[in-house]
Design a protein around this ligand. Sequence first.
Ligand SMILES: Cc1cc2nc3c(=O)[nH]c(=O)nc-3n(C[C@H](O)[C@H](O)[C@H](O)COP(=O)(O)OP(=O)(O)OC[C@H]3O[C@@H](n4cnc5c(N)ncnc54)[C@H](O)[C@@H]3O)c2cc1C
Length: 380
Amino acid sequence: MYRPQNILALPELSVDRYPLVEKLRAFLEEGFSKRIAGLYEAGEFPGEFAKGLGGLGVLEQVLTGDDPVLEGQIFRELERVDSGLRSFVSVQCALAGNAISSYGSSEQKKRWLPGLISGESIGSFALTEPQGGSDPANMLTIVTEKSGKLLLGGHKFWVTNGTLADVMVVWAKFKGKIQGLLVSARAPGVVVKPIENKLSLRVSKSAEVVFQDVEVAESDFLPGASSLGKALACLNRARLGISWGVLGAMEDCIEAAVEFSKSRILFEKPLASFQLTQDKIYQMVRGLSSAQLLAVQLTKLKTAGELQPYQVSLGKQNNVEAALQAARSAREIMGGIGVLAESKVMRHACNLETVKTYEGTSEIHKLVVGMKITGSNAFK
Ligand SMILES: Cc1cc2nc3c(=O)[nH]c(=O)nc-3n(C[C@H](O)[C@H](O)[C@H](O)COP(=O)(O)OP(=O)(O)OC[C@H]3O[C@@H](n4cnc5c(N)ncnc54)[C@H](O)[C@@H]3O)c2cc1C
């Protein structure tokens, strides 16, 4: 059967160039692809997943970030199974691990990076607050000095890996400036509450976290993380990963829909032979191919050290919307079967609603690109 994954024959998309990606694909197929619908319905994160990825060397590869194409391929494989699994790795490595390795002291790196790489420790990244994630500068979480102690107080929302985490990278105001610091999830005064009622990204564990006068020390501050820009730089790294990851979800949806349309006989002919169906398939493959080109080009710019945040915004916004559109079309082609858990496409579509919103909503990314093109800042 012709597979739509790489119609443009982009060498960067060929899996056999990367033994680690082949191993990851086998690991996912063996342990997770068949179980994922059940895990999703139960809202369960697979406990053994982190250490399995650590054992393969996947977490180390993403955390060190030394091969952006390989990293993209890893995200693509993970999200082909479920966006929640990819989200786990994005937060563990591209957000929490990356913040520690880019901004941490040598003690902080020694304390946390080996565990994050092996999967023995779990990391999270707490920036968003209940009053609105699109405007993080408006954060209320604060470190204050009282009787010679530094106390962290505040409320974070939507913390991915929140109920699993050992270490949290928390962004708070200190003396009027935004500062990143490391907080142990088990420190006295840290209250982690699971967010249970999500209809999207159900395999990923989300939490709200309240800090009630949590005692911290200056040695918990990430020395290189003393501005909001540093948090945004971590997000930019993860957004490039999302631009690659959603290609996997898209490919999975297209494959499922094409296969279904070839075997579904309606009006005595395969559904695939009708022109309206072929137009839907064409639109999905067109969206996929442009998203692939964007991901590959962004990665080339990154490798050359030339990647700009507005380019990442364009990639994240375009690729997630294209993936969501493909998931919806696949669901449509599959008719009623498309809404069943086993058919995958509805789960991908539900997941992609979150992916469209986190790490900067589509609106925010459009405004970032709009500002670059027009010179007019819509945020002020
Ligand atoms: C499942 C999940 C996991 C997440 N994981 C994390 C995590 O690990 N760490 C973390 O810190 N955050 C995380 N987030 C939070 C995420 O980044 C925020 O949801 C996102 O930034 C949007 O913030 P908000 O939901 O508060 O929406 P709001 O900021 O309140 O926005 C509401 C709507 O207004 C629109 N809007 C905002 N500003 C403008 C404007 N200027 N013009 C026009 N429209 C505008 C937005 O696009 C959106 O459609 C997660 C979210 C979800 C759902």
